[in-house]
Design a protein around this ligand. Structure first.
Ligand SMILES: NC(=O)c1ccc[n+]([C@@H]2O[C@H](COP(=O)([O-])OP(=O)(O)OC[C@H]3O[C@@H](n4cnc5c(N)ncnc54)[C@H](OP(=O)(O)O)[C@@H]3O)[C@@H](O)[C@H]2O)c1
Length: 198
């Protein structure tokens, strides 16, 4: 038991999502909007590593995984975990299947992956984000504000904006409001207060 604990290497757990005015983020199993440059920002963010050979672990809910076009795979510097209690085998292009959130995070924190994983990225949907917001290793929430109304059937969970503080600027995150297809959006980062900053 003591030996197992020694082997755990804590990894940053970070969420990334885009939400519109009512915190909606999905409709009919897909995104409610078409914002290719925001999607490219998402891909750039989740695949960024600080040195060659390092990887990120990407955690997807089953429906989220299914909603992504196959042509985005393989994604650079990425290992994919799909969460599902009903699937019995790892889906094409994914690397792992887990039945609960903590097992997925632990994959990144223990050998053999702990030596190469930099960041655990949480890609949704709702339940997966809820689990991640509560996780003690969660430190950042990348949340693009899509400044428009869309009809949605899936929503980002409520989160404590006193605990997660909006950053005025953040490395590799554009500061200016952008516009595409007539839709304005702003890339934002919320940082979780630590015991030192509370
Ligand atoms: N705008 C954005 O940034 C954004 C981000 C993410 C998603 N979305 C949108 O949101 C929708 C998909 O999200 P969703 O919330 O409906 O579904 P989802 O979380 O992607 O998938 C739900 C399924 O994932 C599995 N699952 C989730 N949490 C789990 C856990 N803790 N342990 C084990 N299995 C777990 C379960 O699969 P089983 O039923 O197989 O057990 C569950 O039925 C899509 O419309 C997508 O486009 C948008």
């Amino acid at each position: 038991m003591e030996k197992d604990r020694e082997k755990v290497q804590k990894k940053p757990v970070r969420l990334i999502a885009a939400t519109c005015n009512n915190m909606g983020m999905g409709k009919d199993g897909t995104l409610p909007w078409s914002l290719p440059s925001e999607f490219q920002y998402f891909l750039n963010t989740i695949t960024r590593v600080s040195r060659p050979g390092n990887m990120n672990l990407l955690i997807w809910g089953r429906l989220c995984w299914n909603s992504h076009p196959e042509n985005i795979f393989p994604l650079a510097n990425s290992l994919h975990v799909v969460l599902s209690k009903t699937l019995s085998s790892v889906p094409d292009h994914a690397h792992f299947l887990c039945q609960d959130f903590e097992s997925a995070v632990r994959l990144a924190a223990q050998p053999p992956l702990s030596g190469i994983i930099e960041t655990v990225w949480i890609l949704g949907g709702t339940q997966v984000y809820e689990d991640a917001l509560k996780h003690p290793w969660c430190d950042l929430l990348y949340l693009t504000d899509v400044m428009a109304d869309f009809d949605c059937d899936v929503f980002f969970p409520d989160f404590d904006r006193e605990l997660f503080k909006l950053q005025e600027t953040f490395p590799d995150v554009p500061i200016e409001i952008q516009e595409e297809n007539g839709i304005r959006f702003k890339c934002q980062v919320f940082k979780k207060k630590t015991d030192d900053t509370m």
